[in-house]
Write a protein that binds this ligand. Structure first.
Ligand SMILES: Nc1ncnc2c1ncn2[C@@H]1O[C@H](COP(=O)(O)OP(=O)(O)O)[C@@H](O)[C@H]1O
Ligand SMILES: [Mg+2]
Length: 258
């Protein structure tokens, strides 16, 4: 069964896109067929994978407008087994255009339902808001994965995110569950960071990933070369961390049923 994961946090700059790109790459390396859906009009995940759109190329906006033709919006990446549904600035308009459309919260789910059999894992990189695009992602997803920075302010807004997830669970997508949360841009020399991680453990009992992603300049450089860290610098600390995160992620689906 394919599994669909939304990377969500309405804060910008917490590592959603860096994680979407690098987790997707290591899952593909681990033998999974992966579709990364860039669902942010800023299109950072598309750029991070080095995918440039030519005039007339379809992107995720078209898949929302015509879900039956979603396959036209899928592009191959430089990595084997990794495909991308790219974003474009036009996606910002979709949020407005869909406001009065039928089943406006189900557009992405509908688009992906046509594609799911071709993949093992679909990752959705959400925009930094809790608007209609993120709602579409949460409706399309089976699980939510939440990146957090280990700083005091990351706890702010977390309640609002969990509340939105609850509302979607109660109405639009009863199947939705929180897969877990994990810490990004971790700096072990910062004492506050350790305290915040302890606090996060109480917010996510048994659901905070053991793997923490360190702050690592190679992770910030890689997108400007249009490469996931697996291609840009596979021996960097950032690469090792994302590889470990991918392994921990996969282990969650390999536990025997109780
Ligand atoms: N572990 C990391 N170490 C260093 N820089 C990082 C790391 N993770 C993300 N960044 C950088 O931080 C910025 C925000 O990350 P990004 O993944 O785009 O966040 P979001 O998608 O949540 O807005 C980007 O410039 C990115 O390159
Ligand atoms: Mg982003």
């Amino acid at each position: 069964m394919p599994i669909t994961i939304a990377l969500a946090n309405q804060k910008g700059g917490v590592g959603k896109t860096t994680t979407a790109v690098n987790l997707a790459a290591y899952l593909a390396r681990a033998g999974k067929r992966v579709l990364l859906v860039d669902f942010d009009p800023q299109a950072n995940a598309s750029a991070g994978l080095g995918v440039r759109l030519a005039e007339g190329d379809k992107h995720v906006y078209h898949a929302l407008i015509e879900p039956d033709k979603a396959i036209d919006s899928v592009k191959a990446s430089a990595l084997e087994r990794l495909w991308l549904m790219p974003a474009h600035a036009d996606l910002a308009g979709a949020a407005v255009e869909l406001v009065n459309a039928d089943e406006r919260e189900y557009r992405l789910q509908k688009a992906l339902s046509n594609l799911l059999p071709d993949y093992d894992i679909v990752l959705i990189d959400c925009p930094p808001s809790l608007g209609l695009l993120t709602i579409n992602a949460l409706v399309a997803a089976d699980r939510v994965l939440i990146p957090l920075q280990a700083e005091y302010y990351s706890l702010e807004g977390l309640g609002q995110l969990l509340n939105t997830i609850n509302l979607v669970q109660q109405g639009l997508n009863p199947n939705l569950q929180v897969l877990g949360a994990f810490v990004t841009m971790y700096d072990g020399r910062n004492r506050l960071a350790g305290a915040v991680v302890e606090e996060l453990k109480t917010h996510f009992p048994n659901k905070l990933f053991a793997t923490m992603i360190p702050r690592n300049v190679k992770l910030a450089e890689a997108p400007s070369f249009g490469q996931p860290i697996a291609l840009y610098d596979s021996h960097s600390r950032g690469a090792e961390a994302y590889q470990a995160l991918a392994q921990e992620f996969l282990s969650l689906f390999e536990q025997p049923a109780l």
